[in-house]
Design a protein around this ligand. Structure first.
Ligand code: NAD
Ligand code: MG
Length: 297
């Protein structure tokens, strides 16, 4: 009799046919998505790789940030997440999941395009977690516009403020608290390497995040603080169905990759944990790609 394989085929591990066309108002909530993104709620198993650590994850209510927050908690970290008011339901779910892992959860509602909020968010995270040593800068907005003539200055400014300026403001506020051994992780994108004609402003921020990450890593290396970026490919999250992509791109979303499907947020959990943990103690100023095989170099 043939032995049953323990291997899992990456081509068919998750949803790999067309998605149903769906729309939500930005920023969208995960609870109403079909299928609901897999952020590791049922599957991520920790093994104490972040025991005693204190993490802040911006945009930790849904998608990639939620996957990181769940994984951090199951690895033994206390976790604060930031989110927007309309995302309260997703955020409460994450709080329950963090607490179910036996860790402290802190919910911080507000807009990271506001410098004062970024400072307040860091202060609260540090105070309520009783420390801060993992900064996962993940909040982002993505709004497609087909022609540069139609990209107004208000959107251009907001995309840069949310995706890029917030990183400067949050790091500035956090630095006094970060000791040697702390880790900063930014979220860039495959579009930093293969810019999208539909996402001029967004693509520009994601390239800038890589330059910021490398320059900051250089500046903070003498303090023993590591800084790395993650570059995801097409991942099934609320960002995409709330204005991130035009209708025609939603059903086949992700099928252009070598693995012929969209990634799920849980497929990034391992990289966010690795970069936060002491296992990556010799890794700084790097970009980790999780793209289903889309080239990033
Ligand atoms: P998501 O919508 O689930 O998460 C993005 C989060 O950003 C939201 O939950 C929201 O809380 C936060 N956010 C947006 N605007 C904000 C604001 N003004 N103030 C505070 N928070 C705000 O989507 P996601 O795909 O998990 O996005 C997470 C990160 O991953 C983003 O930086 C995104 O650019 C990046 N990314 C996503 C993909 C993808 O295909 N989904 C690919 C590459 C990179
Ligand atoms: Mg969200």
């Amino acid at each position: 009799m043939k032995k049953k394989s323990i291997l899992i085929n990456p081509l068919t591990k998750f949803h790999h046919t067309d998605f149903e066309l769906q729309h939500q108002k930005r920023p969208g909530v995960e609870t109403d998505m079909l299928p609901k993104p897999d952020c590791g709620e049922e599957s991520y198993e920790g093994c104490a790789r972040l025991q005693g650590r204190k993490a802040l994850v911006t945009g930790g209510d849904s998608g990639i940030g939620r996957a990181a927050a769940i994984a951090y908690a199951r690895e033994g970290a206390d976790v604060a997440i930031s989110f927007l008011p309309s995302e309260r339901q997703d955020a409460e779910e994450v709080k329950d999941l963090i607490e179910a892992a036996g860790q402290k959860a802190v919910l911080i509602e507000g807009d990271v395009s506001d410098e004062l909020f970024c400072a307040e968010m860091v202060k609260r995270a540090h105070q309520e977690l009783n420390g801060l040593d993992i900064l996962t800068l993940n909040a982002g907005q993505q709004q497609f516009v087909r022609k540069i003539e139609d990209l107004d200055t208000a959107q251009l400014r907001k995309t840069f403020e949310v995706n890029l300026f917030s990183m400067f403001w949050t790091v500035k506020a956090a630095l006094p608290f970060l000791e040697a051994g702390s880790s900063i992780i930014t979220t860039s994108s495959v579009v930093a390497f293969q810019p999208s004609e539909l996402l001029l402003d967004y693509s520009a921020t994601k390239s800038a995040i890589i330059a910021f990450t490398k320059a900051l890593a250089t500046q903070l290396a003498p303090k023993g603080i590591r800084v790395n970026a993650v570059a995801p490919g097409p991942i099934w999250t609320a960002l995409q169905i709330s204005g991130g992509q035009p209708d025609e791109k939603i059903p086949p979303f992700g099928q252009e990759t070598l693995l012929k499907r969209a990634g799920q947020p849980v497929e990034l959990s391992g990289v966010y944990v690795l970069l936060a943990s002491d296992e990556s103690s010799y890794t700084t100023a790097q970009v980790y790609s999780v793209t289903g095989g889309m080239f990033t170099a």
